[in-house]
Design a binder for this molecule. Sequence first.
Ligand SMILES: NC(=O)c1ccc[n+]([C@@H]2O[C@H](COP(=O)([O-])OP(=O)(O)OC[C@H]3O[C@@H](n4cnc5c(N)ncnc54)[C@H](O)[C@@H]3O)[C@@H](O)[C@H]2O)c1
Length: 315
Amino acid sequence: MSTEATRPADRAVGVIGAGRMGVGIAQIFAAGGFRVHLVDPIDDARAKVPERLAAITARRRQAADVVDRVSLHATAPAEIAGCVLVIEAAPETVELKQRIFRDLDARCGPEVVLATNTSVIPVSRVATDVRHPGRVLGMHFWNPPYAVRLVEVIQAERTDPALIAPAMALLAEVGQKPVHVRKDVPGFIGNRLQHALKREAIALVENGVCDAETVDFVVKNSFGARLGLMGPLEQSDLVGLGLTLAIHSVLLSDLDCSRAPQRLLVDKVAAGETGAAVGRGFRDWTPEARAELENRLDAALLDAAGGSGETKNTG
Ligand SMILES: NC(=O)c1ccc[n+]([C@@H]2O[C@H](COP(=O)([O-])OP(=O)(O)OC[C@H]3O[C@@H](n4cnc5c(N)ncnc54)[C@H](O)[C@@H]3O)[C@@H](O)[C@H]2O)c1
């Protein structure tokens, strides 16, 4: 993957799937000067793209013509073979992703890097059936990708190690913050941490220790307030590892260690209480409350993304 000599305008990126993540990822590369081929077979999904691209571009206070660099397609166009990178952001289903990778692998020469934005599926499972597994890696963006800048770059067992540094350079070039994940473990780094916390949160509610609102209140008003400034291991060092050891000696044996989705979550999904979109999940929602939180979150995250210069580009 060449990142230096060529101007972005001469390079193209493919994005497969024009949903929540795909449109944001397309906008990032278009804003970075790349041409973007955005592919989605669903008419309704494609119909929403121009308005969503324009809204993200306006939110980022970028020139409106950024969106002109994105072309929309129902199926992968011939130009996909000339892209430096193709990122798959289709639904989180192994079989679908495998099918997309088989197709991309057949269409693109081995010099085209293929990346999956899967949240938790190991990259090696997505790339089981490709002729050139060396050019497949994970690029796990966060939502919304233009405001939460981290991208986990996952090196699977068969990924060519020489691809990692240029892939990270490309992401940094368009303003993202790449980190190298050296093992292809499910959930990578961020989602393992996030879901370890969710497991305990659900257990606290399930066991009657507190209600869901209290869990959220405690997190937001205690360690959650610090997390964007200081990671958990920095915090351990700061207070001293002796204290962490003393706490773990008492606490770890009591923490939830369910090895399957917990009953409370399973029952809620079975009852149709699937979250803010339907008005009830762990918490109750009105459409106004949901919109207010999403807008406030987007604005605060965009502010933070503009303000923080911290990067971590280790290979
Ligand atoms: N939403 C998040 O917070 C988040 C964060 C990080 C990673 N991800 C991952 O990104 C991927 C996409 O998630 P999303 O939230 O954007 O989902 P989404 O449902 O919003 O978008 C998926 C899009 O893929 C399209 N699609 C369906 N079949 C397709 C096909 N055969 N080829 C191409 N496109 C197809 C759908 O029409 C839809 O527009 C998933 O793997 C998800 O786990 C999601």
